[in-house]
Design a protein around this ligand. Structure first.
Ligand SMILES: Nc1ncnc2c1ncn2[C@@H]1O[C@H](COP(=O)(O)OP(=O)(O)OP(=O)(O)O)[C@@H](O)[C@H]1O
Length: 598
């Protein structure tokens, strides 16, 4: 069964506005009816405003040349009523923002994206840079919903209002109405001409923002390593290059945005001149009422500015579209399929049968028909050259991804039939790099089992040989990890992670070279803690230093994604195969170091 979940790429085509509308409604989630009503309300407000302005024509007719109050006041009243109605509808429609619907909507979308992060296969997530995920959850969500009403308000005022006035003008003078109706459609070809470039520009900008966000995050997180490796400068140059790239994209965007805007502004000026010229000609000929021309002048000048900046608003629509694309791409990643009925294993031996697996981004399969049997309550060590697939074996057991062929079982149950939370509960992992959250030591241990009492946390900490150094900290278990920063040694951090595993009390334990980076003293302390942890459990150890796994119940030598040798340390040595050569090589290196130290 193929379970590779490709990450959908942001669509590269120009999305029709109807599709943008649908996407927008779907991203508005539970507030879609409110958003739809608000957007329709803004259209209605703009139409009412158009009708109100159209009242200027009969009003001016009543006042020019002789002011006739009796004829004028009904129009004045109508205009006032329409303006008030337009304002009231606009106030109501903008309520999506000020009543808190928009903020609720962004919260809802962010929560859903957060839940999606929990569901999507970890292999897919590992392919994404942290900054990119951060940009989607923060920036893209805000970009989608925060500006929508402001833009919709501007666009309806720029488009709907003039069209309504032009239609009304047909009633008073069909020629002027026609000229106005011909002038406004000028916008459409111009908009269609520029939109693809805007769309591309906005997607490039979204990508560049995402890249810069990831680069900044990685630079900040990697500063300690970069400083120790004396390459802060080089990476600062790389970060600067990322800023430069962003600047370039923004510059292109500005150029692309500024020019059509100027063209449109110029076209609008010319259009006003055309209306004045045609109107004046008709007035001079005596076939147009000067009052109508005067009213139209007031109205057209009123439109000129919103119309001239219309293309600029269209740019924001493209920004919204690019953000929607990123959000939808993340939401579209399907979780790994679950087999039914769900089952819970009763025993905890682990078996890999004909497992074939390749990472989506790699051309070659990483595991090739791998078979292995790990008896319950035994310790199995995975050894082999770097890149041979040891970590991948453990990742598949934790279901970061599913194999393309074969099956992995726990107690005879296919792990695809075990509910994800239950599978998580069955396995504890102790990695070489321990991630501690910026919280108290107590909370950091307790996250393995949130319902554990303080006493249970302390018991796990004692068993993992943490209690002594934790009680020496300024506030003991209540000490915040962030407050003591780097004061915890590698071995101490490692023991906290072992305490987590102790507290979790899972029947299967994965140890991913937990002592590899430790000095001898820390290693002894951590090894003692590990010995306590692994008792009576099914344990998988990834080890490079073969001396640490000489006592394993079973050693699996993995090479090029296959188990090439299996057995106990002594048996494998006597076979004089791959393991024996690796052992020899490590012993020689050790002896060489010992001679150098003398
Ligand atoms: N997320 C990934 N995407 C694509 N390829 C990957 C990914 N993770 C690992 N690989 C590749 O899969 C192969 C096996 O990697 P794996 O980490 O399982 O090896 P390993 O034996 O644990 O290596 P090491 O001992 O160096 O940790 C390597 O070629 C590696 O580059």
């Amino acid at each position: 069964m193929s379970t590779q979940q490709p990450t959908p790429k942001t669509a590269r085509r120009i999305t029709p506005l109807r599709e943008t509308w649908q996407q927008l409604m779907s991203s508005a989630r539970s507030r879609a009816p409110q958003l739809r009503a608000s957007l329709i309300g803004l259209g209605l407000a703009a139409a009412l405003q158009g009708l109100a302005l159209a009242c200027l024509m009969p009003l001016f007719q009543a006042l020019i040349p002789q002011a006739d109050w009796t004829a004028a006041w009904p129009w004045f009243l109508a205009m006032t009523a329409l303006m008030l109605a337009s304002t009231a509808v606009r106030w109501w429609a903008q309520g999506f923002d000020y009543r808190g619907d928009m903020v609720h909507n962004t919260h809802e979308l962010r929560t859903e994206l957060g839940e999606q992060l929990r569901r999507i296969p970890l292999e897919v997530l590992q392919d994404k840079r942290t900054g990119a995920v951060n940009a989607t959850l923060l920036g893209n969500v805000d970009e989608t919903l925060s500006y929508i009403l402001t833009v919709a308000n501007m666009m309806t005022t720029a488009l709907v209002t003039p069209v309504v006035v032009a239609l009304a003008a047909l009633w008073f003078d069909w020629r002027m109405g026609l000229i106005l109706l011909l002038v406004f459609p000028l916008l459409i070809p111009l908009y269609r001409w520029r939109r693809p470039a805007f769309g591309r520009g906005m997607r490039m900008l979204a990508d560049a923002n995402e890249r810069t966000s990831s680069d900044i995050l990685e630079y900040a997180q990697g500063l300690p390593v970069l400083r120790s490796a004396c390459c802060v400068g080089e990476h600062a140059v790389a970060l600067q290059a990322s800023f430069k790239h962003l600047e370039m994209i923004q510059t292109i965007g500005q150029k692309k945005g500024a020019k059509p805007n100027l063209v449109l502004a110029t076209v609008m000026e010319l259009a006003i001149l055309l209306v004045v010229f045609a109107g004046t000609l008709l007035v001079v000929q005596g076939s147009l009422d000067v009052a109508i021309l005067a009213a139209l002048m007031v109205i057209v000048v009123r439109f000129a500015e919103p119309l001239a900046t219309f293309v600029l608003y269209a740019k924001v629509i493209d920004l919204i579209e690019a953000a929607l694309g990123k959000i939808n791409a993340l939401l579209a990643v399907a979780p790994l399929p679950q087999q039914s009925p769900e089952q819970m294993p009763k025993t905890f031996e682990v078996a890999f049968a004909g497992v074939r697996f390749g990472y989506a981004s790699a051309g070659q399969p990483t595991l090739r028909d791998l078979d292995a049997h790990l008896p319950a309550r035994s310790l199995t060590a995975l050894v082999g050259p770097s890149g041979s697939g040891k970590t991948t074996v453990t990742r598949l057991l934790m279901r970061h991804a599913d194999p393309q062929a074969g099956a992995i079982t726990i107690g005879g149950v296919d792990i695809r039939a075990i509910a994800p939370e239950q599978l998580n509960a069955l396995i504890s992992v102790v990695f070489q790099d321990v991630y501690l959250f910026d919280d108290t030591i107590l909370a950091n241990i307790r996250m393995a089992r949130p319902d554990a009492s303080d006493a249970e946390v302390e018991a796990a900490a004692r068993a993992a040989h943490c209690h002594e150094f934790v009680t020496r900290l300024p506030e003991g278990y209540a000490t915040r990890v962030g407050d003591i920063g780097g004061r915890l040694s590698g071995g101490e951090r490692q023991r906290i992670s072992i305490a987590r595993a102790m507290l979790k009390n899972a029947p299967i334990v994965i140890l991913d070279e937990p002592t590899a980076a430790l000095d001898t003293e820390s290693e002894v302390a951590v090894q003692t803690a590990i010995d306590a942890l692994v008792r009576e459990r099914t344990v998988i150890v990834i080890a490079h230093r073969l001396s640490t796994i000489a006592a394993a119940d079973q050693i699996l030598v993995i090479d090029d994604g296959q188990v090439v040798e299996a057995g106990r340390h002594a048996d494998l040595l006597s076979c004089k195969g791959r393991y024996a050569r690796m052992w020899q090589a490590q012993q020689s290196a050790k002896n060489w170091h010992a001679r150098q130290d003398r």
